[in-house]
Design a protein around this ligand. Structure first.
Ligand code: ACM
Ligand code: ZN
Length: 604
């Protein structure tokens, strides 16, 4: 995010009276703040070489940090910096490997997720490093809080590290009935840092994992894994900030059908869910502890927010729901009133050139841009809050004056639907183009002898797309019959989630799929390609292989159809294709949900 993008966000935050910006400055994938005492944080930790060979990087200089803090302060916003510890620190460890237990050379993580190489809690060095960092950070941020992270710190390396184990013995951090020794070691780590923060005039905030192993006396807890951590902290008289992902406060979640928007991390938090959240649990009111809830926060984790436009698209308008919750007594909140006002709020966001989400036209059982029928089709569209939809059938781009969608559209011939939502201001979202194609049932293949499973051919090498695979000459390095499409993924063992050192490959599995009855079937998959009857149905080329919005339908007669799937093992957009489950999912047009194609339906 450029400094200008941050300022733009601060302007809009101020407009809606959001008064804190929590700035997550360190991660496994990158360190984003200049620390003068440790120049390699800027030189090494701020950059990573992506799987496709390109460099991604950037950090804020201390001058830029001061500029942001001042800009925020001029708008009555306090910036709360977060320096993660002891986990989510691989980038710093890449710059200074001696910070980890083993001290092995590493590079900043190129895939998303949680890194198991963390700071050593047995050595003194990480404490010194973090104190030096905090000394510089504390001087840059005048607010009273420092966020020390504390979430998602795997304990695997501590379990086998002699120094960490020695610390456990020396400090008598033995397992008790509530906590493992390593959890207590994390608590020791955080409590030491709490004292360091205090020395530089800061109180600490930590993610709710800091409760595990015993809570630091003065810590504020940020409850993200539901509300339980926040409730437990408030019951012991600790301040709490509520930000439970399960209650719609993770603004990186989808806010509508994943099949009509850019790739996201997952989750489903439509505006209504975010708006409906009440940050003050009844149990705390009953115990007279509600005043320990200091506020609520929306999190905009940016793994899958590849551009500033997409970041804004996820953040708004849900951030406005969070602002309203923060400033409104629960009994005065009214969602219908809120969405009536949101249209005006969007005009104000237009004034700031914010690329906010406008509910997309969605199809009830899963959106698809390629809908097949045999006799006639009916296409229904909905939006996840009431918004007008307009469409054309003549191939022209819809405008605010196009036909208004009022009831399902009926088709007896092939057609193209172009449909978009339009706000009262006249602002439209992206136009969806949907091919509605009349087909005859594709005839079944005549197969004399069928054997369970698909024939898989493996081609060693890293291929980011089909063109690279085809140009390689496609030399087959192995052949195998697979029962389940999952075996495309598990063909070669991968013990590391990061796929570090993994020997990549392409796999092409061919055979037949059993279609139990005549009809139109939707297919869905995050593999590279799915072919049926010699035609490419699903093409996920160029996409991050996660919730690919490429579902398509085809008219098929019973029983067997030629079937081919292609898998490229690689990593793109921080997502290794190996994180997929390898399933190909199918839904008959009158069914409401997809089901995995099971092994008993695959033959060769
Ligand atoms: C978090 O989302 N890991 C705090
Ligand atoms: Zn260690």
């Amino acid at each position: 995010m450029t400094v200008d993008d941050i300022k733009k966000q601060l302007d809009v935050m101020a407009l809606f009276k959001m008064n804190r910006m929590h700035w997550h400055l360190t991660e496994d994938q990158g360190w984003r703040i200049e620390i003068k005492k440790y120049p390699k944080l800027a030189e090494v930790a701020s950059k990573r070489i992506e799987a496709d060979g390109t460099e991604y990087g950037g950090y804020y200089t201390q001058e830029e940090v001061k500029e942001v803090v001042k800009y925020a302060s001029d708008r009555f916003i306090t910036v709360v910096p977060e320096i993660e510890l002891p986990g989510h620190e691989l980038a710093a460890i890449a710059a200074y490997p001696e910070l980890s237990c083993k001290g092995q050379p590493v590079t900043p993580r190129t895939v998303w997720g949680v890194e198991h190489i963390v700071m050593c809690a047995g050595k003194e060095l990480p404490f010194q490093f973090l104190e030096d960092v905090i000394a510089e950070v504390a001087a840059l941020f005048p607010g009273e809080y420092l966020h020390i992270g504390g979430d998602e710190c795997p304990k695997t390396s501590w379990k086998t590290c002699p120094l960490c184990q020695k610390r456990i013995r020396n400090e008598k951090l033995f397992a008790d009935k509530n906590h493992t020794a390593e959890e207590r070691l994390q608590s020791y780590f955080v409590q030491r840092m709490e004292k360091v923060a205090a020395k530089y005039g800061k109180k600490i905030i930590g993610w709710d994992e800091i409760l595990e192993g015993g809570l630091s006396p003065t810590a504020t807890v940020m409850s993200w894994r539901g509300e339980q951590g926040g409730i437990a902290a408030a019951l012991t008289n600790h301040d709490v900030i509520m930000t439970p992902g399960s209650n719609g406060l993770y603004l990186d979640h989808y806010q509508g059908d994943s099949k009509v928007g850019p790739v996201g991390i997952g989750g489903f938090s439509p505006l209504k869910k975010t708006y409906s959240y009440n940050p003050i649990p009844d149990t705390l009111v009953a115990m007279g502890k509600e005043n320990f809830i200091k506020g609520l926060q929306g999190n905009v984790w940016s793994e899958y927010l590849y551009t500033n436009d997409i970041r804004e698209y996820r953040t708004f308008p849900r951030a406005l729901a969070i602002a309203e919750t923060g400033w409104t007594a629960t009994e005065l909140k009214d969602y219908n009133d809120f969405i009536r006002r949101i249209d005006n709020a969007c005009v104000r966001l237009d004034g700031h050139d914010i690329n906010y989400y406008i509910p997309m036209p969605e199809q009830p059982n899963g959106s698809s841009d390629f809908v097949t029928f045999t006799d006639n089709a009916s296409l229904e569209f909905t939006t996840n809050r009431p918004v007008k939809m307009v469409y054309t059938l003549d191939g022209t781009e819809p405008t605010v004056n196009s036909t208004v969608y009022e009831a399902p559209l009926a088709f007896t011939d092939t057609a193209t639907v172009k449909i978009a939502s339009v706000l009262p201001s006249g602002k439209m979202n992206r136009v969806r183009t949907i091919t509605v194609e009349k087909q005859t049932l594709s005839p079944a293949a005549a197969v004399e002898k069928k054997t369970p499973g698909l024939n898989m051919e493996v081609i060693d090498g890293t291929y980011l797309n089909m063109e690279e695979l085809e140009k390689s000459g496609m030399k087959v390095t192995d052949k195998k019959v697979i029962k389940d499409t999952r075996e495309i993924i598990t063909y070669r063992r991968f013990s590391e989630e990061t796929m570090r050192g993994f020997k990549q490959y392409a796999a092409i599995a061919k055979g037949y799929v059993d279609i139990p009855s005549d009809g139109v079937y939707f297919f869905s998959s995050d593999l590279e390609e799915v072919w049926i009857d010699g035609k490419k149905l699903i093409d996920n080329g160029g996409l991050v292989k996660h919730f690919c919005p490429t579902d398509k339908s085809v008219a098929l007669s019973t029983v067997l159809h030629e079937f081919k799937v292609v898998f490229l093992s690689n990593s793109y957009g921080g997502f290794p294709t190996h994180w997929n489950d390898g399933s190909i999912n199918i839904r008959k047009s009158d069914e409401t949900s997809f089901k995995k194609i099971m092994p008993e339906r695959l033959f060769h």
